[in-house]
Write a protein that binds this ligand. Structure first.
Ligand code: PMP
Length: 301
């Protein structure tokens, strides 16, 4: 395996970061998780834009342009002969001293890891997930805005531990006012109405970023597919767990998960207790899109 580290492709063993890197000492840095499908990098520009925004929000200057970062990602995929992959791009504040001051860090560290994707079990898609509501609240947007994809994921990890202890794969985080935010690594959607009937009265609802969620790239893609392909009404509006419990369908979206149905929340059956038809159609549309679009890993393919 070849890993990109500060401008060089090195072996896994050589890919080492200083213990004085503030990414390690303080979680001071930003990252992206990106997918390549069938030799194309999916939504690469959107991921690079979000990385740039995350970096800007924490006053971190990435020492590469978006074009250079794109070339580095493609080069890393090529070096590992990967066509279907998960790519992790990490930019840390860099090596400093034991104090917090980021000004002591002279140069950000850039790491790109491209690996085979550890796919979620197929039964998650066919049978759906069970999730719980975590007691851990989502970070306050006024403290650390969840729109920043930072290296500090303790908020999410604490909720993930709650999920594991309840023997379920995911947990829903609420914000401090009790509105549903998102899951530990995925955005959340509800489908309202439309059970058994046509799709005309069906509405897709997801929390607005103002409640404190990551502005997911899969979220945006699914909102677009729902509007253009399924002709659904799509709303970004705050809601509580009441609306989750009473939804016709619930699903999660994320780069790794894609679109994944949720059939039980806090022990309560959602809708008919099996993946719904809107979720099924969105899974299909999303998978089709991943086949058709993206930046080629090798020119012209
Ligand atoms: N929310 C959180 C907290 C995440 O970490 C992620 C990414 N894993 C998402 C949502 C989904 O975002 P995307 O669709 O861009 O992967």
């Amino acid at each position: 395996m070849k890993i990109y580290l500060n401008g060089k492709l090195v072996s896994r063993e050589q890919a080492q970061i200083s213990v004085f890197d503030h990414g390690l000492l303080y979680g001071d840095g930003v990252f992206e998780g990106i997918r390549a499908y069938h030799g194309r990098v999916f939504k690469l520009r959107e991921h690079l834009d979000r990385l740039a925004n995350s970096a800007q929000a924490i006053l971190l200057t990435i020492p590469l342009t978006k074009e250079e970062l794109e070339a580095a990602i493609i080069e890393t995929l090529q070096a590992n002969s990967l066509k279907d992959a998960y790519v992790r791009v990490i930019v840390t504040r860099g090596v400093g001293d034991l104090g917090l001051d980021p000004q002591k860090c002279l140069r950000p560290s850039i790491v790109i890891i491209a690996d085979r994707i550890a796919l979620y079990p197929e039964e998650y898609y066919s049978h759906g997930l069970e999730v719980i509501t975590a007691t851990t609240k989502r970070n306050l947007p006024e403290a650390i805005n969840p729109c920043i994809k930072s290296l500090n994921y303790l908020n999410n990890i604490l909720a993930k531990i709650e999920a594991s202890r309840a023997n379920v794969p995911e947990a829903i985080l609420l914000n401090k006012d009790g509105y549903v935010a998102e899951c530990t690594g995925d955005n959340l959607f509800l489908v309202r109405g439309g059970v058994g009937g046509g799709l005309e009265e069906t509405t897709l609802v997801t929390p607005p970023t103002s409640v404190g969620v990551l502005e997911g790239i899969t979220r945006a893609t699914v909102m677009d597919l729902a509007k253009t392909r399924l002709k659904l009404l799509v709303k970004e509006e705050p809601f509580t767990v009441y609306h989750v419990y009473t939804a016709a369908e619930v699903f999660l979206t994320g780069t790794a998960a894609e679109v994944i149905p949720v059939v039980k929340v806090d022990g309560r059956r959602i809708g008919e207790g099996k993946p719904g038809k809107v979720t099924h159609r969105l899974i299909k549309e999303f998978r089709e899109l991943t086949r058709l679009t993206g930046v080629p890993i090798r020119g012209g393919t």
